[in-house]
Design a protein around this ligand. Structure first.
Ligand code: YH5
Length: 283
């Protein structure tokens, strides 16, 4: 299994790490430390050195309760960073850039600037998104969310969270294929923390293999989220490293092909231990 776009290819036979590069002024998880253009490139380079294969660039704050960012502001935040980071890794065919956006216009401009993957927490539900993704022919990440970022954590409710996330994702896959998006460009994401209680999140984590078995690559994105806080009781988001790495490892053990993380180095070390275990079975 692999994902590819333009001259880039990422092989998913071993788990891959997506490193988070926030370009929001209020990036709560890293205190907005990486805000200027040079700092962004510096952080991206560090994550690649540490073992990231995908750099996820996002200019919209989607934390619970956040207000929407105007389109022109999102473009201003994202496009210059994409351009510079894409140039930096132009000769690395195994390094891709994903864009955390729901806006067709942002993705179109990002692709022109050198981006490869559309990472959409709204699973291409905004007007014109499906059509744009079909036209761009880039890999897309379809994520489950109940409600919208403003209100999703108020009182999340499911009769059967696994069945409902499955039905949602398979419907979005169906709509995507009908719109002309190629099957091999579809990646699924259970959407940890997006309209889900801690118990919902852990039920979904345990069911990861069930989702992997649909045949699409699955991205697990639980780094520093409230489900980690709930288990480890670490209040500061940037100190939830060990819990986040544990969650990433449990995800790949349950078949997830990609993880979206803040702490690339630590995650890579844990994955290397897992790989050593697998290697020992062959020897
Ligand atoms: C995701 O799940 N999430 S932005 C709350 C936190 C920590 C981190 C402190 N973009 C996802 O990272 N893209 C975001 O608690 C995403 N899947 C995909 N595909 C929110 C985030 C976060 C939220």
């Amino acid at each position: 299994m692999q994902i590819s776009f333009n001259n880039k290819v990422i092989n998913l036979d071993t788990p891959k790490i997506m490193g988070i590069l926030n370009v929001t002024p209020d990036s709560f998880s890293d205190g907005g430390k990486w805000n200027s253009l040079d700092k962004a490139v510096e952080h991206a380079s560090l994550m690649v050195e540490q073992g990231a294969n995908i750099i996820d660039i996002g200019g919209e704050s989607t934390r619970p309760g956040a207000t929407p960012v105007p389109l022109d502001e999102e473009l201003r935040r994202v496009v210059p960073v994409v351009e510079k980071v894409a140039k930096e890794f132009a000769d690395r065919e195994d390094i891709m850039l994903s864009i955390d956006t729901s806006q067709p216009k942002v993705m179109e401009e990002a692709v022109k600037a050198g981006a490869h993957i559309w990472n959409d927490i709204r699973a291409l539900r905004l007007d014109g998104a499906l059509e744009k993704a079909a036209k761009l022919q880039c890999p897309v990440i379809l994520m489950h969310m109940q409600g919208d970022p403003k209100t999703m954590q108020v009182d999340p409710h499911y009769t059967d969270v696994v069945a409902e996330v499955r039905d949602f994702l398979l419907k979005r896959v169906d709509d995507s294929i009908k719109a002309g998006i190629k099957k091999e460009n579809i990646i699924l994401d259970l959407g940890f923390g997006f309209g889900k209680s801690v118990a919902h999140n852990y039920k979904l984590l345990d069911a990861m293999q069930y989702f992997v078995d649909f045949g699409y690559p699955v991205l697990s994105a639980l780094s520093r989220k409230s489900m980690i806080q709930a288990a480890c009781h670490v209040d500061k988001a940037d100190e939830r490293v060990v819990g986040s790495v544990a969650g990433a490892l449990l995800s790949i053990e349950r078949g997830a092909q990609m993880v979206r993380v803040h702490d690339v180095k630590e995650t890579k070390e844990a994955f290397d231990v897992y790989q050593a275990l697998l290697d020992s079975r062959k020897a």
